[in-house]
Design a protein around this ligand. Structure first.
Ligand SMILES: [Zn+2]
Length: 146
């Protein structure tokens, strides 16, 4: 962890920022706001989002909500992204890796994101998005005719 302010927020800073948006509310037996995320743009802007679990099939993850806010503000590139959830039984905070749908979503919001977005996986751990999407390359054509 760096104490140089020019280096920008640490993973722990982003984790704390995301956690500040946790606000679980039960609506008709579904939880809203029990997951929260921060999407950070290359120029250092931060966009929060929370998950909304609805029964109609259009519910979405906190990462998707954060990205929607970011795109609404005119940015598609994500430098870093983090999502958190607090276990209500232990009150301990967890950093959540993005689900498969969100991994693909991040990669499709801007072509740069696949190899430039760093997904925060802990206060000392992050991975480039491409490393979290096995076989993301477009496949070569088959050699023999079918
Ligand atoms: Zn997701």
């Amino acid at each position: 962890m760096s104490s140089d302010p020019a280096a920008g927020p640490t993973h722990a800073d982003l984790i704390r920022e995301a956690a500040a948006y946790l606000n679980p509310v039960e609506i008709s037996g579904r939880l809203f706001g029990n997951g929260a995320a921060i999407a950070e743009t290359p120029d250092g802007r931060h966009f929060p989002g929370v998950c909304i679990d609805t029964p109609c099939g259009t519910g979405f993850c906190a990462e998707a909500a954060a990205i929607a806010a970011m795109v609404t503000a005119g940015e598609q590139r994500i430098a870093r992204i983090v999502a958190v959830w607090r276990d209500p039984s232990t009150e301990r905070l967890h950093v959540l890796p993005p689900c498969g749908r969100c991994r693909l979503f991040i990669s499709q919001v801007h072509a740069d994101n696949l190899h430039r977005t760093r997904v925060i996986l802990g206060d000392q751990e992050a991975a480039v998005l491409a490393d979290l999407i096995p076989r993301h390359e477009w496949p070569s054509p088959l050699d023999s005719p079918f």
